[in-house]
Design a protein around this ligand. Sequence first.
Ligand code: CDP
Length: 225
Amino acid sequence: MIIAIDGPAAAGKSTSAKLLAERLNFLYLDTGAMYRCIALSVIEHKIDIYDESSQKDFISSFNLELKTVDGAPDFLVNGNSVTKKIRTTAISKKVSEISAIPAIREYMVSLQRSFAKNNNCVVEGRDIGTVVFPEAEIKFFIIASVEVRAKRRKLELQNIGETISLKELRRDIKARDKHDSERSHSPLKKAINAIQIDTTEMNIDEQVNYMIKNVNLKKIGKNNK
Ligand code: CDP
């Protein structure tokens, strides 16, 4: 079974996807983290990603692995763990631009499908219910107000030692949403059959319980068919 979770930046997708996967004993696949891994490499190696030949060389030399360490996902780029380095504001500012490049997306989507193959999986991103797994059994689309999203992101960043104003976070979040929704290749969009959840006034337990309830309803529906 594939559970697809999409939605704009910092809406609470990762936290709920992780908990949902734990509760259901499913694999958790954070596709945003995968685009962040690419962005990190492009920045670190100063790749001219718009030059066709450096783009090709980069993609063919880029190797991404997903492991589980102490129950948490760990991403390795060419053998090195990068999980701790990909959440910074510098990466957040660059990732939307890089993830809009069609060749990068095509490569990532094939990798995402191969990671989820033969697994029960909670897959989280922007285009999961629309492009990566349009046949997913359950699709959620998570939204929240910009104000609440900025506050949540501020707390997350504090945990990794970054201090950034709410004003700047609001601006970054809005810019990323605009970029992700307006790109021509697989933009952020609610799948027609996705269940929309507005988490502005919900805490994480309420959110996950609501999702589990819907998963169980779906399972009952399936068994009755
Ligand atoms: O955690 P947050 O909501 O800030 O974002 P993320 O899920 O880590 O995703 C980072 C960025 O990757 C997004 O802003 C998108 O530009 C891109 N992304 C995408 O294009 N397609 C996906 N399936 C997932 C992420």
